[in-house]
Design a protein around this ligand. Structure first.
Ligand code: HEC
Ligand code: HEC
Length: 372
């Protein structure tokens, strides 16, 4: 790997909500070792990640347009929500405050906003894997009534065409095409392709031969992860790169939830605004299983009941809470969950079993996860 890895597990992502121009964006990325200046069109992956699909990564002009769209609240029907308000760059491109996302007018979504680190490598998108194309996925949240709430594609495209700021950006990215359903999706997907997380301490230690990049406790956690604890059976680590996912889905029993389903809970009504609400009154009293059966909703295959996509774990310490419903608040609780053999249910994945880990072993696995 020719690219010098960044000094720590620094995400290769522009964190300015304002955007900040192509030069600055490229500069940030090249400083972090994400872009090879010799190949301005391609995104060079940091140590430990596979090649970035060029068709998705597009051109710098597409990524610049995509960045503006990603942070633009004007893309939601009421001007309140942007992609970045649920996929917050400083929170692992997810949202720390809410177990399940809060969309239009405070409506609670069924699921937790996943981190978008390395999302360009995902073969199946969403917790149930129902979408396979990053550019097409963009229209999911844009049109969902409880997310960004647009009534249709046409009105949003018309708004963008009438916007003087966007005209030149679309022209530079897609000469002669302008704003269309396709170009909007491609631009946002191209920007998302730059959300690369790699080249950190894990990669330097495991792929760069720099043993001291991980502490002895983190190494112990790594050995447990690939050995006794069996994590790497699903969260794959390859010989030269690691995405920590098998690009598949499993029933780990999370949908059988452990959350309180009565009483009051602090919920976020809008970004930064919290209130104690009656759980039953706002419909948070569903523990998951009755209204969310995961992959089964897509395939109708009984074996897919309560199965969810295996998440990629890089940068996972930043994106609490965890699992498709955000029901586990810390990495220590996730490891406890696996240690007791997941959530018992009729179609639990056979790879999920009690692990009998000691307290030290659990702590070492958490330390390893934090090093990703
Ligand atoms: C209201 C909060 C919210 C907003 C706004 C939002 N998302 Fe999401 N996003 C979510 C949730 C929740 C999921 C998971 C939904 C599911 O699995 O059913 C998700 C899933 C995704 C995924 C799939 C990731 C994976 O690992 O499979 C991508 C990509 C994504 N969103 C991109 C975007 C983009 C681009 C926008 C803006 C156009 C956006 N999101 C706006 C909450 C949001
Ligand atoms: C049978 C496959 C499988 C095994 C084995 C497995 N996982 Fe998972 N892991 C998953 C799936 C599937 C999810 C998502 C579950 C959900 O969303 O409800 C997940 C979720 C997670 C998450 C939450 C990530 C997030 O962003 O929400 C962490 C952390 C995690 N696993 C770590 C581990 C560790 C540590 C081990 C070993 C002790 C392990 N996993 C073993 C399949 C597996």
């Amino acid at each position: 790997m020719s690219v010098a890895p960044p000094p720590s597990a620094t995400p290769c992502v522009a964190t300015s909500p304002q955007g900040g121009g192509l030069e600055r964006f490229l500069k940030i990325l090249s400083v972090l070792g994400c872009i090879n200046s010799a190949a301005a069109e391609a995104i060079e992956p940091p140590l430990g990640l596979p090649p970035v699909p060029a068709a998705v990564a597009g051109t710098p002009a597409m990524r610049k347009l995509g960045e503006k769209l990603f942070f633009d609240r004007g893309l939601s029907a009421n001007g309140a929500l942007s992609c970045a308000m649920c996929h917050i760059p400083a929170q692992g491109l997810a949202s720390n405050q809410s177990a399940r996302s809060i969309g239009m007018e405070g409506r609670s979504l069924r699921r937790n906003a996943p981190s978008l680190y390395n999302v360009v490598f995902k073969k199946f998108l969403f917790h149930d894997g129902r979408e396979t194309d990053l550019a097409a996925q963009v229209w999911g949240p844009l049109l969902a009534a409880d997310e960004m709430g647009n009534s249709g594609i046409g009105p949003l495209i018309a708004r963008l065409r009438a916007d003087a700021d966007y005209g030149p950006l679309f022209e530079a990215a897609f000469p002669g095409e302008g704003a269309t359903m396709m170009t909007l999706g491609r631009a946002v997907a191209a920007y998302e392709a730059s959300f690369l997380r790699g080249g950190g301490r894990f990669d330097r230690a495991v792929y760069g031969g720099e043993r001291a990049a991980l502490t002895p406790e983190e190494w112990r956690g790594y050995e447990l992860f690939i050995g006794k604890a069996g994590c790497a059976v699903c969260h794959l680590i390859g010989p030269e790169t690691a995405l920590f996912t098998d690009q598949s889905w499993h029933n780990t029993g999370v949908a059988f939830g452990f959350e309180a389903t009565v009483g009051k809970r602090l919920v976020q009504l809008a970004p930064g605004i919290f209130q104690n609400v009656d759980i039953a009154a706002v419909g948070l009293d569903q523990p998951g299983a009755p209204n969310d059966v995961g992959r089964f909703e897509i395939t109708n295959a009984p074996a897919d009941r309560w199965a969810y996509a295996t998440p990629m774990l890089r940068g996972v310490s930043e994106s609490s809470p965890y699992m498709h419903d955000g029901s586990l608040t810390t990495l220590a609780k996730v490891v406890e969950f696996y240690d007791r053999g997941g959530g018992a249910n009729p179609s639990l994945d056979t790879k999920i079993r009690p692990l009998n880990l000691t307290a030290e072993e659990k702590a070492a696995i958490v330390a390893f996860l934090e090093a990703l």
